[in-house]
Structure formats: structure tokens, C-alpha cells
Design a binder for this molecule. Sequence first.
Ligand code: 8WT
Length: 159
Amino acid sequence: RDGMAPNKRLTLAFVQEAGRILLGYKKRGFGCGRWNGFGGKVHDGETVHAGAVRELEEESALIAPKLDKVGVLMFEFLGDPQLMEVHVFTTKHYSGTPSESEEMRPKWYSLEEIPFKEMWPDDVYWFPLMLKGKHFYGYFTFKGMNDIVDYKLREVENI
Ligand SMILES: CSc1nc2ncnc(N)c2[nH]1
């Protein structure tokens, strides 16, 4: 990647409960048409954790202050000098009812029926680690929005 633009810091949060996980269908913008985690940009002066809690509430109406950090994923898109640095969180503790927002339509999926074909192609690599409660670091190189041309993924003791 040429040019050393600062990484774009983003959050990605997942809510799980007995045997199922909440995903959001992205209705517009980046990642439109895919089931995603909930998240977005970290604001200046905000911690990554606070940004994750805020974005989850904005996109799903769920309140989950006790998000656990489970991973960091770096995304390089060939031709784009800005790396995306995505901080992944999960929780089983939340309040509220999942509600559709302008950005996202929330839906519970059983862990056996996660719609990987309608998600970002990197998810199938790291979801199993997240679902097993492991911590991970990943680096995915994309060509366009659908092709992973290179990746690294490893479990880490603490993230
Ligand atoms: C840019 S690559 C990417 N993978 C993702 N997986 C799940 N939710 C997202 N928002 C994701 N973005």
C-alpha cells in the first residue's frame, strides 16, 4: 500500500444470546446489501469502546455498555492507501429490543445458519474464532469489495 495515511478506526459489535447472534442488514452506504456487525467510525476524543457502544445503539437501539474486545481486523483495499482498522467486540449482556434504523435491519440468526454468502467474505474466516470465545488478529487484502487476495489471521492471548 502506498502512502501512509493514518488508519481509519472503526468498530464492529456483535450481540449474542443462547445459540444465536444478532446481525444487521446494511440498507445503504458501505457494505450495503450484506449482513454485518453493528459499528462505524470512532469519533475524535472518543475511546474505541465508547464508539462501539454508541454505534451499536445508533444502529440497533440496543444498549450494551459491557462490550468485550475480541479482535482487531485490518482491511486493505488495493489502490486505497487508507487501511481500515476494525475493533471487534461482542457481548451477551444488553438491554432494549433490536429495532430497524435507517442504516440497518436487525435479525437474529442461529449459529448454525449464519448467512456467510450474504456477508463480507472475510467473516467466514474469523467468525469461528469469535464464536469460540477466542481473541484474534487478522489482516485481509481485498481487490474490490468481494475478492480476498491475501490474508493473515491468528489467535492471540489478549487483544
Ligand atoms: C470492510 S471488510 C468488513 N468485514 C466485515 N464483517 C462484518 N461486518 C462488517 N461491517 C465488515 N466489514
